[in-house]
Design a protein around this ligand. Structure first.
Ligand code: C2E
Ligand code: MG
Ligand code: MG
Ligand code: MG
Length: 290
């Protein structure tokens, strides 16, 4: 009965809903061509090791220069890309672009012991052939697998058997795996010991509430302790204030990422930043020698 009503109300003409549907259709039409029209681009956000101040990672974050709507953030088109399956080709483009860019920065000597982090949606993760796609992307861009970290969310670990297989394959390639938005998913923690993982990224929501909410502080401390005993790296996401940095430092959180240090920026801007940092490091070294 209730189901019937639900169905009928869906069919009822609703101008607002109809417009939304048409907007989505139009967006999908544009998105299908976005890759060949060169409208997608990656921004990169540095990840900072608190102890040394070194940039130890760069997370690739997709943007879409829509011809009419201007630059769109991932939450404005990634859900649509996932629904329509376009995420598979978009995801492959992201991976290749990020690997190629990172290889260039390595070749230029701008980075040594750092990694590029690429987000995978769960739809990509369950698609057959992911491991082969990653292997090919690395081969064809000439990036050594140890420089690549893939970010997945807890949701993909729900199907343990399947996830175990894929993560095993990726580990064999030498690629690192990070759990993104850690602490917000619904999966059990048992996957942490079953899978070959490398890193936990503490979700931004816990970092935001760090000072005001003792619960958030407790959770962050617990994640840090657990990661330490499991030998996992930890990155705190969404660090925006000096106070948060101070607290995370006192809690011995090794790596942070957020607007307090750097906003995500275009590849040329990041290249400039890396060159400047390299320059100032060699200057202080020279000074020390003299
Ligand atoms: P995420 O992977 O958790 O990425 C972190 C998000 O937090 C990014 O948003 C970043 O710009 C933002 N952020 C970084 N520092 C701060 C901060 O200090 N404060 C606040 N408020 N936000 C901060 P963005 O770029 O809009 O990306 C949103 C989400 O879209 C990402 O969350 C990721 O899940 C997804 N995404 C981004 N790029 C890709 C991609 O290439 N493929 C897939 N499948 N998903 C992507
Ligand atoms: Mg991420
Ligand atoms: Mg995240
Ligand atoms: Mg996310």
């Amino acid at each position: 009965q209730v189901k019937e009503q639900g169905r009928n109300s869906f069919l009822t003409f609703n101008p607002g809903m109809n417009r939304r549907y048409e907007e989505q259709l139009a967006l999908e039409k544009y998105l299908r061509k976005a890759i060949v029209k060169n409208e997608l681009l990656l921004h990169y956000q540095p990840q900072i090791e608190l102890e040394s101040g070194a940039i130890v990672g760069l997370e690739a974050l997709i943007r879409w220069n829509h011809p009419v709507l201007g630059q769109l953030a991932p939450n404005e088109f990634i859900p649509l890309a996932e629904e329509t399956g376009l995420i598979v080709s978009i995801g492959e483009w992201v991976l290749r672009e990020a690997c190629q860019q990172f290889r260039r920065w390595l070749d230029l000597g701008l980075l040594q012991e750092a990694r590029v982090a690429v987000n995978l949606s769960s739809r990509q993760f369950v698609k057959c052939g992911l491991v082969n796609m990653v292997r090919k992307a690395l081969q064809e861009t000439g990036l050594d697998s140890r420089f690549l970290e893939l970010e997945i969310t807890e949701s993909v670990t729900m199907d343990m058997a399947r996830a175990s297989n894929i993560l095993g394959g990726l580990a064999n390639l030498g690629v690192k795996i990070a759990i993104d938005d850690f602490g917000t998913g619904y999966s059990s923690l048992s996957y942490l010991k079953r899978f070959t993982l490398h890193c936990l990224k503490i979700d931004r929501s816990f970092i935001q509430d760090l000072r005001t909410d003792p619960g958030a502080m407790g959770i962050v401390n617990a994640i840090l302790a657990m990661a330490r005993s499991l030998g996992l790296k930890v990155i705190a996401e969404g660090v925006e204030t000096e106070e948060q940095v101070q607290l995370l430092h006192e809690m011995n959180c090794p790596i942070v990422q957020g607007h307090y240090f750097y906003q995500p920026a275009t590849a040329p801007a990041i290249e400039e930043l890396l060159a400047e940092r390299l320059n100032s490091v060699s200057k202080t070294r020279r000074k020390r020698r003299n």
